[in-house]
Design a protein around this ligand. Structure first.
Ligand code: NAD
Ligand code: UD1
Length: 346
């Protein structure tokens, strides 16, 4: 029988790519998204790619009544994938309560609705941010958390803790996926990350500089203790990341979990420096980037990359796309956006 998955935040960047993969793997998908960081046109784009249509509820997952109605209307739901959250780390430092509210309340509401509706499977969007600046590399799932440096980071640590404790006491199984640095876009260039003001993350900064929307990219420090002096991260293609969610659903629904609460690092396991990413972007896309070396950005770890052996062996998921795919797909998406909405230079 077709399995039905509720995807909160399914209109967003990672959510939309996951909805596409779920539909392509034969799942029925129900999306709950209030469009606070997404555009309704994404629905049409997902249908164009898959020739299938997810059911869409324009609701705020903070609204328990609306969520209960959805659970009642769509029963039985086999699993939930919970993406809906705010994600701007710097904003969360300025407005912590906005983040505690929107990133914690929906999880509480979901768990309560799941218990009432007898839906016992949930996949949670966690983040490498839970590790902070780690003492050893690569980071394993067993690496101890450091104190979170932002309210955003706290919400991911709290979310994992809520889920672990709930799974120990109730009939709820959980897979928390700790994403490293998601980049790229669907190869169709129909879905990708929508720009929201000046980007914070490196890849959108690179593509917006290349297209001329931003005049110059600043490399935040080249005096780190790394091979070329710039910071090292584990970039993961969003389509590979989306596929990890499909694997997680399969694992839960086929009763393959070894414990009721499981955690997986989702990255490539390969560290890539800022300069390496810039060089790959220039080489693969044959564009020159206007960049300069600037001072370090406060709070940046010199290097962080994942040990992905648990995801490879236990979840049986492995990243298939490399840095070349990531820079090419990111650039294709930026060019598509630029043609759709011509941008002003800042
Ligand atoms: P996104 O902003 O593109 O998607 C989030 C979606 O959730 C949006 O469509 C938004 O409209 C919706 N949403 C937010 N609050 C909602 C609410 N209260 N009710 C209903 N809908 C709501 O973000 P993303 O990059 O796709 O991230 C998805 C998840 O992955 C988030 O939980 C984020 O914290 C986590 N994550 C993201 C990254 C990253 O770099 N993108 C890294 C690690 C973890
Ligand atoms: C950020 C988030 C983290 C989140 C991750 C993935 C912070 C503090 N952390 O991590 O919670 O999980 O994104 O989305 O925001 N860089 C430049 N120039 C730029 C932009 C970035 O040199 O204009 C460098 C940074 O110094 C860093 C690397 O590029 O070394 C990657 O930065 P970024 O994309 O912001 O991701 P993270 O800092 O790893």
């Amino acid at each position: 029988m077709t399995k039905k998955i509720l995807v909160t935040g399914g209109m967003g960047y990672i959510g939309s790519h996951t909805v596409v993969e779920l539909l392509q793997h034969g799942y029925e998908v129900v999306i709950a998204d209030n469009l606070c960081n997404a555009n309704i046109s994404v629905l049409e784009c997902m249908s164009t790619i898959t020739q299938k249509r997810p059911t869409f509820y324009n609701i705020d997952v903070c609204d328990k009544e609306a969520l209960s109605y959805l659970f009642e209307k769509e029963k039985p739901l086999d699993a939930v994938i919970h993406f809906a959250a705010h994600k701007a780390v710097a904003e969360s430092v300025q407005k912590p309560l906005k983040y505690f509210y929107n990133n914690i309340l929906p999880l509480l509401n979901l768990l309560e609705c799941m218990l009432v509706a007898d839906c016992s499977n949930i996949v949670f969007s966690s983040s490498a941010t839970v590790y902070g600046d780690p003492d050893g590399l690569p980071v394993k799932e067993t690496t101890a958390f450091k104190k979170a440096l932002s309210a955003y980071g706290s919400t991911k640590q709290i979310g994992e803790d809520m889920l672990e404790k709930t799974s120990a006491a109730e009939n709820i199984k959980v897979i928390s996926l700790r994403y490293f640095n998601p980049v790229g876009a669907h190869e169709s260039a129909l879905i990708g990350e929508l720009p929201l003001g000046t980007p914070n993350n490196l890849m959108p900064y690179i593509t917006q500089t290349a297209i001329g929307k931003i005049k110059q990219l600043t490399v935040y420090g080249n005096d780190y203790d790394t091979a070329d002096g710039t910071c090292i991260r584990d970039y993961i293609h969003v389509v590979d990341l989306a596929k990890a969610h499909v694997k997680s659903c399969e694992r839960m629904l086929e009763d393959k979990m070894e414990s009721r609460y499981e955690v997986f690092n989702i990255g490539t396991g390969i560290g890539c420096s800022v300069l390496e990413l810039i060089n790959s972007f220039e080489t693969e896309n044959k564009v020159q980037l206007n960049y300069t070396i600037g001072p370090r950005r406060a709070g940046d770890a010199a290097a962080i990359y994942a040990d992905v052996s648990k995801a490879n062996t236990v979840l049986q998921w492995r990243a298939e796309k490399n840095i070349r795919d990531m820079v090419k797909d990111s650039w294709r998406w930026e060019m598509k956006l630029h043609n759709a909405i011509p941008q002003k230079t800042t």
